[in-house]
Design a protein around this ligand. Structure first.
Ligand code: NAD
Ligand code: UFG
Length: 337
């Protein structure tokens, strides 16, 4: 299938390109490089032998999108493009709503005008807010989100549901990701955050490579096995492959579907520090710091629906996630730059 991948030079997008190409799909990428580097596409080419077709530009640019749909005629869109820093979204809400919501609306209008009505959207476990219990199923209540970033995910889910309700010829798959980490096995591709990382694993990786001094553990008084926050970390290559399976599903015209992409296992911050310490061969220093506002204690998926309906499940454990992240970080201490 020919697929337009928005945000395809980013962390999850670039790994998904590899899996799509290896599964025999044709990919076209649009990205404005606001949080990524086009070098990731060279790495995709190195791994797969195929250079993705790339349009550098913004998904809010309707003329660019119509031009891409006209020239490339993709049959489906995988929509990754968006801003994703939770803290920044609270200080720059307008930028987040404009980029994520207006960007998605512009994309959907161009899709409608071009007759492409198949979309897979990158949503997040953040839409569940603080879950009443774990593991989290897709039919759990959504909506009590504490930050503008999360609200953009929720709003886009609602927009897509409304579009489907008005016109059943659309096929919409909402993928709710848990915590993607790790890197491609080759060590050529991985996560490349700008500045000081917001998320735990890239932060640990920067401590491991000597660019940051120690890890701050945000709270050790949560109601969890060791008091630190528990999350469902998923290898980015497993997550990427989930998109290949979602694309197969979309070709069956499934209507509207929602799937969690997670492993079903929860690990604490301290467990992740230990796993990464093992991968890099030294004990990484950490200090216990205050809780981070908005954080919840435990979040992990029930991934049974994706297994049943997509035939997908995560295969890689935290050891492999940390080893692969470490290979990428130690081979590329300054990322793609
Ligand atoms: P990323 O920042 O690495 O990738 C996003 C890409 O979108 C970047 O390459 C960026 O340059 C591009 N982009 C942003 N705004 C754009 C615009 N207006 N026009 C064109 N390109 C634009 O992030 P990622 O981790 O790969 O995440 C991909 C998607 O998955 C995002 O929508 C994110 O919100 C979602 N998600 C990520 C996580 C996570 O923890 N990484 C968890 C849940 C959901
Ligand atoms: N943490 C630390 N120190 C750090 C960073 C994080 O102790 O320097 C802790 C957090 O308190 C939390 C855990 O590590 O307990 C994971 O934090 P992350 O920031 O890595 O991930 P979150 O679960 O908070 O959020 C991520 C994405 C969101 C997404 C959410 C659910 O950043 O965009 O997963 O998918 F919405």
């Amino acid at each position: 299938m020919k697929v337009l991948v928005t945000g395809g030079t980013g962390f999850i997008g670039s790994h998904t390109l590899v899996e799509l190409i290896e599964a025999g799909h044709d990919v076209v990428v649009v990205d404005n490089l606001v949080n990524s580097s086009a070098e990731s596409l060279n790495r995709v080419a190195q791994i797969t032998g195929t250079e993705p077709v790339f349009y550098e530009g913004d998904i809010r640019d309707q003329n660019l999108l119509l031009d891409i749909f006209g020239k490339e005629a993709p049959e489906a869109v995988i929509h990754f493009a968006g801003l994703k820093a939770v803290g920044e979204s609270s200080s720059k809400p307008l930028e987040y709503y404009d980029n994520n919501i207006a960007g998605t609306i512009t994309l959907l209008k161009a899709m409608k005008e071009s007759g492409c009505k198949n979309i897979i959207f990158s949503s997040s476990a953040t839409v569940y807010g603080k879950p009443e219990s774990v593991p989290i199923r897709e039919d759990f209540k959504v909506g009590e989100v504490t930050n503008p970033y999360g609200r953009t995910k929720l709003m886009i889910e609602q927009i897509l549901q409304d579009i489907y309700a008005a016109d059943n010829s659309w096929n919409v798959i909402l993928l709710r990701y848990f915590n993607p980490i790790g890197a491609h096995k080759s060590g050529l591709m991985g996560e490349d955050p700008q500045g000081i990382p917001n998320n735990l694993l890239p932060y640990i990786a920067k401590v491991a490579v000597g660019q940051l001094d120690h890890i701050n553990v945000f709270g050790n008084d949560y109601d969890t096995k060791d008091g630190t926050g528990v999350r469902d970390y998923i290898h980015v290559v497993d997550l990427a492959y989930g998109h290949v399976k979602a694309l197969e599903k979309i070709s069956e015209a499934p209507g509207l579907k929602i799937y969690n992409l997670g492993t079903g296992n929860g690990y604490s911050v301290l467990e992740m520090i230990r796993a990464f310490s093992k991968a890099c061969g030294r004990d990484l220093p950490y200090v216990i710091a205050d809780r981070r506002p908005g954080d919840i204690d435990v979040c992990y998926a029930d991934p049974a629906l994706a297994k049943k309906e997509l035939g997908w499940e995560a295969k890689r454990g935290i050891e492999e996630m940390c080893e692969d992240a470490w290979r990428w970080q130690s081979n590329n201490p300054t990322g793609y730059r």
